[in-house]
Ligand binder design. Structure first.
Ligand SMILES: C[S@@+](CC[C@H](N)C(=O)[O-])C[C@H]1O[C@@H](n2cnc3c(N)ncnc32)[C@H](O)[C@@H]1O
Length: 260
């Protein structure tokens, strides 16, 4: 089964459960709401009257916020479950089931395309093809904002033995033995398998900064900004430990690109 089919199956089966944890069940784990979403809204600035397509729109969390800022919003997602949730959350926006591979809109339809934390389901070839599709549906000089795992975070490695558990980059020195361990994987694109909510086994890709930059350029974009997402003060209240870590170490970044 392709990663795309697998992703669709997982979101169709577990999407409602996943969204529940984000909406209200585990506020201390609501990383997206406390880091990516506020940074994306700030980056977008004034969007009143703009036609926005949100790709990989999920349950319509972003679409609802964009509409509240006066934008005209449509969304696509590969998962029927997620599109149903989006329609419920945001009845005034238009949503379609659809894939990034063939975005179901005509050329030059939108001022802005956004894609929040969904590009990491694509390998580098698919990412390139998707960026070309995004460029096609954007008007000339239209903007593309997409968020992804920060390349800093994507470089993190893991090490675990009976005494320690490390999730980091850099060099670790074992004082007793003098042994040095070098952690990190910043020079390659790789795939990871992980559990989003119990039973929801995801496969996502980690891409280097350069892979993403070249894919944008090949699709006719100019990179105009790159934003590391900082946690909100509200996050400090619900998860002070992670607030401290992610105030120093970004887990999400936003690429802002302009169609030439
Ligand atoms: C982590 S969720 C993010 C949802 C939403 N953007 C948000 O930030 O709340 C990723 C979404 O991307 C969608 N997705 C993944 N691969 C896709 C593809 N090839 N085409 C369309 N949607 C896809 C998934 O179904 C899922 O809803």
């Amino acid at each position: 089964m392709t990663v795309e089919k697998h992703t669709q199956k997982m979101y169709d089966e577990f999407g409602a459960e996943y969204q529940k944890t984000r909406d209200n069940e585990r506020p201390e784990r609501a990383y997206n709401e406390h880091m990516e979403l506020p940074a994306m809204l700030k980056a977008l600035g004034n969007i009143k009257g703009k036609r926005i397509l949100d790709i990989g729109c999920g349950a319509g969390v972003h679409a609802k916020k964009y509409m509240a800022k006066g934008a005209i919003v449509e969304g696509i997602d590969i998962s029927k479950t997620m599109i149903e949730l989006a329609k419920k959350r945001c009845p005034k926006a238009k949503f379609k089931v659809g894939t990034f591979k063939k975005i179901p809109y005509k050329n030059s339809s939108f001022n802005i395309v956004t894609g929040s934390l969904c590009i990491d389901y694509l390998n580098s070839k698919e990412m390139s093809a998707t960026f070309k599709e995004v460029s096609r549906v954007l008007k000339k000089r239209g903007l593309f904002f997409f968020s992804n795992e920060s390349p800093v975070n994507a470089a993190r490695d893991k090490y675990e033995d009976k005494n320690i558990r490390i999730k980091a980059t850099g060099t670790v020195l074992f004082k007793k033995t003098g042994k040095k361990l070098s952690l990190g994987s910043a020079f390659k694109d790789w795939i990871v398998e992980w559990e989003m909510v119990p039973g929801m086994l995801m496969k996502t890709y980690k891409h280097t900064f350069r892979t993403q930059l070249l894919a944008l350029r090949k699709a006719g974009f100019e990179l105009i900004d790159f934003i590391d997402c900082k946690p909100t003060l509200g996050f400090k209240k619900v998860n002070p430990d992670d607030y401290k870590i992610f105030s120093k170490f970004p887990i999400f970044s936003i690429f802002v690109a302009k169609k030439k």
